[in-house]
Design a protein around this ligand. Structure first.
Ligand code: SAM
Length: 297
């Protein structure tokens, strides 16, 4: 079966398990995002790794390995070393594992991480965690950061202009803003495909995936120069395929679904929808995964 027909079949199956119209119409507030991540801690650990990474592995050999979860943070580290940076800010630092990895390998770094729904207990020298919203960086000094990075979380923002404005203010001149994230590949899509993307995004607490074009426009608007743009869509496929196979176990049994709805919160189970459709949406050119390196002009 080709990936187009397969996606159609998967959606029909999902509709038998979940009220997809209700999910598509969900209002995604900051509280909703917080609730989603707080309820999904265990699911993320089991699906990704107990080490706390909550993002896609980027694989270069067509096979997913746990070490592929480090690809993005190693790319960030490359820029830090190249430019001899020391003051780093991680937006949506999750469990703090990306930044902890960086400070452990580079003891001269000073990293601040900010996240809405997590509060890592373990303290690591050189790393400070702030429990907060990345739309408000007012407690940090202007022009103080060499590099700001965010892995798979800018998509959660419903006011990306504000995030760009804040980052521009906090970065030093020629400072870098590095973003790894998912986007809608095209700006215009049929109603049917818009609904598919919406079903995926809402089931992972993202109100809307902006298009690549919208991202580039935002970067320009805030006087950031795009110095590197990489399409990693095919590189996240091995990880996304793994998610598809795992979630297929869930969608193969309605009885299992009914039992699990009695045990786990709906907000957590709904995430299985995005896991089931992610790789197909990439193969069908609906969603894509990019890294952007922006430089403050
Ligand atoms: C997919 S996880 C990625 C976490 C981390 N970047 C990583 O690579 O493991 C998304 C994270 O974004 C955080 N987040 C979402 N919206 C946020 C906001 N407005 N301010 C701060 N953190 C936010 C969530 O709490 C969650 O920890």
């Amino acid at each position: 079966m080709d990936s187009k027909n397969m996606m159609k079949k998967y959606i029909e199956r999902i509709e038998r398990f979940f009220d997809t119209k209700k999910i598509i119409n969900e209002r995604i507030s900051l509280e909703y995002i917080q609730d989603y991540y707080r309820s999904s801690i265990l699911a993320y650990k089991v699906l990704h790794t107990f080490r706390g990474y909550m993002h896609m592995g980027i694989s270069f050999d067509g096979k997913y390995k746990v070490s592929d979860l480090l690809t993005s943070v190693k790319i960030v580290e490359g820029y830090i070393k190249d430019r001899k940076f020391s003051h780093i800010l991680e937006l949506a630092s999750g469990n703090g594992v990306n930044s902890s990895y960086l400070v452990c390998r580079n003891p001269d770094l000073e990293i601040i991480g900010i996240d809405l729904s997590t509060n890592p207990k373990k303290s690591v020298k050189g790393y400070r965690h702030i429990n907060g919203d990345f739309h408000d960086l007012n407690t940090l000094k202007d022009n103080s950061m060499d590099l700001i990075f965010v892995i798979e979380a800018l998509c959660h923002s419903q006011n990306k202009e504000e995030v760009f404005r804040q980052c521009f203010k906090k970065l030093k001149k020629r400072g870098l803003f590095i973003v790894f994230d998912g986007y809608s590949r095209k700006s215009k899509l049929s109603k049917k495909y818009m609904e598919t993307i919406s079903l995926i995004s809402k089931s992972m607490a993202v109100d809307r995936f902006i298009s690549l074009e919208e991202f580039r426009t935002l970067a320009n608007k805030f006087n950031f120069k795009i110095i590197e743009e990489k399409d990693f869509s095919s590189n996240v496929l091995p990880n996304a395929e793994r998610f598809r196979k795992i979630s297929n176990v869930y969608f193969s049994s309605y009885i299992l679904h009914k039992v699990l709805t009695k045990i786990f919160p709906m907000i957590e189970l709904q995430n299985l929808i995005s896991l089931n459709l992610l790789s197909l949406s990439v193969k069908n050119n609906l969603l894509c995964y990019y890294m952007h390196v922006l430089e403050k002009n």
